[in-house]
Design a protein around this ligand. Sequence first.
Ligand SMILES: [Zn+2]
Ligand SMILES: [Zn+2]
Length: 664
Amino acid sequence: MKREKWIVTSAWPYAYGVPHLGNMVSSLLSADIFARYLRLKGHDVISVTGSDEHGTPIEVKAIQMGIQPKELTDKVHKQILEILEKFNIRFDNYTRTHNPVHIDYVRSVFKKIYENGYIYTQTDKQLYCEKDQRYLPDRFVIGICPYCGYEGARGDQCENCGRLLDPLDLISPRCAICGSPPVIKEVLNYYFDLPRFSERLLKWLESSETLTENAKNFSIQMIRQGLKPRAVTRHNKWGVPAPFPGAEGLTIYVWFDAVLGYVSAVKEYFEKRGEPDKWRDYWMDRETNVAFFIGKDNIPFHTIIFPSLLMATHDPYTLRFHIGATEWLTYEGKKFSKTKGIGIWCDEAVELLPADYWRYTLTYIRPETGDTDFTWDILEYCVNKELNDDLGNLVHRILTLIKRYLGGRVEKSETPSEAVSRLRNLSREVAENVDRLYLETRFQRVLHEVMKLVREANATLNIEEPWKLRDNRERLNAVMYHLALTIRDVAVMLHPVIPESSEKILRYLGMEKPSWSLLGDEPSEIVISQEFTPLFSKIDKESLKRRLEEMRSMSEERISFEEFMRIDMRVGYVEKAEPKEGSKNLIRLKIRVGDKTLNVLAGLRKYYRPEDLQGKKVIVVTNLEKKKIMGEYSEGMILAADDGKGNVKILTVEGDIEDGARVR
Ligand SMILES: [Zn+2]
Ligand SMILES: [Zn+2]
């Protein structure tokens, strides 16, 4: 067999939040299964991916949380590393886009592309918030969708109708940070001249021996419809600084930065090993295969954007691309949604069940030819029936019989019956099919094939009835020897999907590390381990659901009673209310709270006339840090209810109570 060079990678998890089961199956898990398969086959494999940390969604979320973007991505990156560990997903390098190797690499690539003449500038209109003194790209703007009228549409996309938007398309746009209406300014943007690559991309796609027909046809059609130049710069702060002359203060658009991570992650991997130039042996060898595991919506970034960036460097990068794109996974028939609590997130999953249970079930429903649905029933079926009853029991019965009747040892022998010969032939046939199916990234079918063999082995065991062969030791040995080989074959073939259980089976059989070359091997004897325990145990979906609910209610961020009691809230009496000079928003209130009078500035002019507040009893937080607003200190905050739709009402007391009374 020829030892091939492979780079295996997946879509980079966005460091905005923890991935859910659907993200897991299409990217990280698929890449892990594929890399493990290639390693079993003895190929030269480097597997890399990482957290995608840049982009406006993260920057906006961090600003809203009052933290730096990196604090947010540090936290999510760490969570993802823990999930990978617990899911038994191993990359040679799981990195992040905000690392110096990546940033330097992205800058060097764009510098080269610029020098090669594929970048030009253009003046665009751009929204700008005068209050925050920043440009508002993508998600920095919220407004009304021009297509469906949805009120909370974001500058890059409408969540309601799914259409891609430009911030300037929005009706009544407002700043996502402060809510004020932005102004339009003219700015200089840097564009990548994508149409110049149309011919070369077409030629590459048409002659590719590695891309699927689906990915090819889809991409060819997009190119024939005409490619447009793409803006590669953004006027925001969080990202890779653009390296073009005159582009100070601009960053590279997150998508252009993220795809280059496929290269920089390999570069960083070798740098860490003290071989800083070795990445070229992989990326700049046209024979190297590169496999991407992504959701189908990302295909154009891998068949159009990424290859044209590589072409634009004029360097000899490999374009031997394989794309394992999946459709969508839903959860009990619905779209995953964190805000609506629909779905299971990977940090929860690993707390509920062992990794192999999830890995098997997710592979069983991997959306390969159409959308698929995760249900608790399928989870229960996969674990209780396929893993526990079919596979787990088979392995346990075979080991127990060898231990009990043959002293834990079987010797090489001919197949003793037609049933056993049939089983061994099936094993060879299944191995051939599975080999091909792994390479075609049809992992779901792999399970069907292997389980066919498992069921046939169970049937053979029942036909041969080895427990009745105690007087015919020779035949007993022959039957059990071939059954032991069969579960070894199953363990090897399923290793990419359920590595932990597979290694356990091989250990019980007294065998070493899994390898594809074990298939077909007939050792002179097999001495099994004296100690073995059942591989799986049954689950109950109702109790799992209850545990999930419990976990969720525990993990909601709560403050302690003591923390709550530290907030000093009092009833206050508004003695005086007047507009704050020079402000459209603020009202100055003199609030009597027992024997003190506080000076409070409240942003209520839009909702109340000052005279309407005078004489009212309000609720005041008296121990907030003092804040200077427009040259004047505000000594407290009055509480008001805000429904987010422009309705704001102050809180007051029902009935009569003296000012200064404590609120709790
Ligand atoms: Zn819409
Ligand atoms: Zn603003």
